[in-house]
Design a protein around this ligand. Structure first.
Ligand code: ZN
Length: 363
């Protein structure tokens, strides 16, 4: 939109990126899924061949329904039930993100999905944190840099939100930066977990809520006005509260105005939204409108394995569909860094010392 630097894949990869919405159990390397399945004796994978498995995950996730999209997670979660597996998956996620040019990432997962064998919730968190530390060390040893933080999710269809909120607060000095609720949105409104959100607020803890993906404005309204979410996981359906008149004049409803006025970050995951049928195609994705209206838009991968995407490929796809230039991508990145669940000094340092110089070096 605003500059003339040709956006090669290499420039997009080198551009510093900030990722706020990425599921650990949605980002495994296909080869790791196959190897871990062998190691734990899991026999239900559709194929043991890594390349075929990668294609299978993308195709299964392409079905156009959030429910079948979520079914692909049965396989990844099945192979993440041991300490060794969690350490490995976490360490590899950090390496993969660093290789993709991600300077800061918040990775999220639901600890309650990894206690099918003998791990406790606390042991799950400790294993993942150990993996993140190991991955970060490997990146630094190879001359790279990345910082990661953790968001713990509770699953909406289970009734453990309070327990997971307590877990998040218990581990906040060990790298857990926030809390989220994930899983099927329709039929499980965020206000069902009000006690957990009240607990978090009383403890000055940060949280985001998956809202405005499979379900529309009422879910966004509850997440913000009943639960007190600081950010919206997806939030893309806030566009339903925006109308464009015949003369091109744009009108924001009260909820959309509130979200924009309060600078509530939208964790937008473009490819994932197309896969789950939330939007019909990338070119029809409301991110163009929301960015033009200066909502606090951030760009995210959601599930790199199921979507076969990276931050670089999301940026490339958006640049292609909407004509975004490096200035726009820098804006998304600074938006994300401002919205991170990291202390203010650390956010500022990453913006001033990593993101701005990183983009200046590309231009
Ligand atoms: Zn998500």
């Amino acid at each position: 939109m605003s500059d003339e630097t040709p956006l090669s894949a290499e420039i997009l990869r080198r551009a510093p990126k900030v990722l706020l919405h990425d599921h650990l159990d949605g980002g495994l390397r296909p080869g790791t899924v196959a190897e871990l399945a062998d190691a734990v004796g899991y026999r239900d994978l559709p194929t043991g061949d890594p390349a075929e498995l990668g294609r299978w995950f993308r195709a299964a996730a392409d079905s156009g329904s959030l429910v079948s999209y979520l079914e692909t997670f049965a396989h990844t979660c099945a192979v993440m039930q041991t300490e060794e597996a969690l350490v490995r998956v976490a360490a590899e996620a950090v390496e993969d993100l660093a290789a993709d040019g991600v300077a800061y990432a918040e990775l999220r997962y639901a600890p309650e999905l990894f206690v099918e064998r003998d791990l406790s919730l606390d042991a799950v968190v400790e294993a993942v944190q150990a993996g993140f530390a190991e991955g970060t060390q490997r990146v630094v040893a190879a001359g790279g840099r990345i910082r990661v933080a953790t968001i713990l999710c509770a699953m909406r269809q289970h009734a453990r939100a309070m327990e997971i909120a307590e877990l998040a607060v218990r581990h906040r000095d060990a790298g857990v930066a926030g809390f989220d609720i994930a899983g099927p949105e329709d039929g499980f409104p965020p206000s069902r977990n009000l006690d957990a959100f009240e607990f978090l607020r009383r403890n000055n803890a940060h949280f985001t809520i998956h809202a405005g993906e499979a379900f529309g404005l009422p879910s966004i309204h509850e997440a913000i006005q009943f639960c007190g979410a600081e950010r919206l996981g997806h939030g893309v359906r806030i566009a339903e509260d925006i109308t464009t008149g015949p003369d091109g004049e744009v009108h924001l409803g009260r909820l959309a105005s509130y979200v924009r006025d309060r600078r509530i970050p939208l964790e937008i995951c473009p490819t994932s939204n197309v896969q789950t049928g939330t939007v019909p195609s990338l070119s029809e994705h409301p991110i163009g409108l929301l960015a033009r209206l200066r909502f606090r838009v951030t760009v995210n991968t959601d599930n790199r394995l199921m979507s076969g995407c990276t931050m670089t490929s999301e940026f490339a796809a958006l640049a292609g569909a909407f004509g975004f230039g490096l200035d726009d991508l820098r804006w998304f990145t600074i938006n994300a860094m401002k919205s991170a669940f990291l202390d203010f000094d650390a956010r500022l340092a990453l913006i001033e010392k990593v993101i701005k110089p990183g983009y200046a070096a590309l231009g």
